[in-house]
Design a protein around this ligand. Structure first.
Ligand code: PFF
Length: 458
């Protein structure tokens, strides 16, 4: 049952919300093009391996810490580890704030594209690559759509855990699946669809090297929303007898399935119209538009509109979880009302996101940072590198060290065993403890060092 801070109504409620957090732009926008460019099924294999070796243990640990302490990341580390460990929680909250600041901007692009497609004017364009460049440089549209997106996010979070976060996820997640499956079926009816499936899935192991193995881990971590305490926060709202292992497994499997299916939707569409599959980040905003344009107007609006609606829904359940992290901190630690916490954070994060919005051509100052990695970085790239690419593996590393040496795995096991009587002494317990104590710190530690070296000392 929910505690005094509010909580999810059931295990399903938690799973929907946490899967909603996990399934986002990372699955539908990033995963397909990264997998497509990096060996297809071979990449998928490496990705799934990371998910089970590192992702699932870290997710389980985050949820357990949240449920044990019934607190936000700062409060949770503070309770179990004292003042200095609390800084790790605080840093996680900061990462959540910074990630949301640019995530909301990209969500605003998706929302804007949805509107343009429904209106239909966008189909008069001939060059979607330059359309995208001028779209993201256009301040007014971006401002409007990202304000609306942040407002909807804030409204849901204001409504609270059960009515807002859980209720929204329970509607949006099944809808998202429905749209995804409908688009896959449609894509498969098109000519040359099978070429797309082959491009996406035929394993090419020659493309697997150190860099792909490493990018698969980063992708898995971001995709599962790990390393900054989002799942500590959601874990603090989970029922005290819920089975954490099966909940975490369900979230993990859903997230991986959606990423996989997103590729299965996109590549048949792209190949059917002879578009380039290696568009990189532009795959969704450029190549797919070319695909929708070749369809009869009504079909293009329906399929294109459906696609961007899907992207918005996926993004929304993620922005909700990102906003809940600092909000829960202000409610728990500073005793703010939910309304005050939500409105203040939404405005502050929106303002922090402005340079990310303006750094795509609108204002030169935010467009070209040169102080690392060969330069040519937008403000959004810098925030992304600092608070996501570098910090999330660091957050995971510190969490595993914290559990191994401070809180101790016996306590982790005890928490997981609530609602799972056979856990203690089982092979599962041995597996997760081994992963948390040895494998996660080692792998995530190496990953952190390599990332810093490659970014700043090349
Ligand atoms: N998991 C989200 C995605 O794949 O797009 C991103 C994300 C959401 C990361 C929430 C971290 C987080 F707390």
């Amino acid at each position: 049952m929910p505690n005094a801070r509010g909580g999810f109504s059931s295990k399903l409620g938690f799973v929907a919300a946490a899967a909603g957090s996990a399934v986002g732009l990372g699955n539908i926008w990033q995963f397909p093009y990264i997998a497509g460019e990096n060996g297809g099924a071979a990449f998928l294999l490496v990705y799934v391996l990371w998910i089970f070796l590192i992702g699932l243990p870290i997710m389980l640990a985050e949820i357990a810490v949240g449920r044990r302490t019934l607190a936000n990341p700062y409060g949770a580390y503070h309770q179990l580890g004292g003042k200095s460990w609390a800084l790790v929680g605080l840093f996680g909250i900061l990462c959540g704030v910074m990630i949301l600041s640019f995530y909301n901007v990209v969500s605003g692009w998706a929302f804007g594209y949805f509107v343009q497609i429904v209106k239909g004017d966008i189909f008069n364009e001939t060059n979607f690559s330059s359309y995208f460049s001028s779209y993201v440089a256009d301040f007014e549209d971006n401002l409007v759509y990202s304000i609306i997106f942040m407002f909807i996010t804030a409204f849901v979070v204001y409504k609270g855990i059960q009515k807002g976060i859980e209720g929204t996820a329970k509607i949006l997640m099944p809808t998202l699946f429905f749209i995804l499956i409908a688009l896959i079926i449609y894509g498969f009816t098109l000519p040359n669809a099978i070429d797309g499936v082959e491009f996406y899935l035929l394993p090419d192991f020659s493309l697997i090297n150190g860099a792909t193995i490493y990018s698969a881990l980063g992708q898995a971590f971001f995709s599962l929303s790990l390393g900054m305490g989002a799942l500590i926060t959601y874990g603090s709202y989970i029922g005290k007898d819920d089975n954490l292992l099966s909940s975490a497994s369900l979230v993990t499997v859903t997230d991986t399935l959606v990423a996989f299916l997103a590729g299965l939707m996109i590549f048949p569409l792209v190949f059917s119209q002879g578009q380039s599959p290696s568009e990189g980040p532009g795959l969704v905003f450029v190549a797919l538009l070319g695909v929708f344009k070749t369809m009869p107007l009504f079909v293009g609006k329906l399929v294109g509109g459906g696609f961007f609606l899907l992207l918005c829904f996926a993004a929304l359940t993620s922005t909700i979880s990102l906003l809940e992290v600092p909000v829960s901190y202000l409610i728990d630690q500073k005793k703010w009302s939910r309304l005050k916490a939500v409105s203040t954070m939404a405005i502050v994060i929106f303002l922090i996101g402005l340079p990310s919005m303006l750094g795509h051509g609108a204002i030169d100052m935010f467009t070209n940072f040169t102080f690392y990695e060969g330069g040519n970085k937008s403000f959004m790239d810098v925030v992304e590198d600092l608070f996501f690419v570098i910090s999330l593996p660091l957050g995971g590393f510190l969490l595993s060290i914290f559990i191994a040496y401070k809180w101790k795995v016996e306590n982790l096991s005890k928490e997981i065993a609530k609602g799972n009587d056979t856990y203690v002494g089982s092979w599962k317990e041995k597996y997760f403890n081994f992963m948390i104590v040895y494998v996660c710190p080692l792998v995530l530690g190496i990953m952190f060092v390599l990332t810093v070296l490659s970014k700043f000392f090349d």
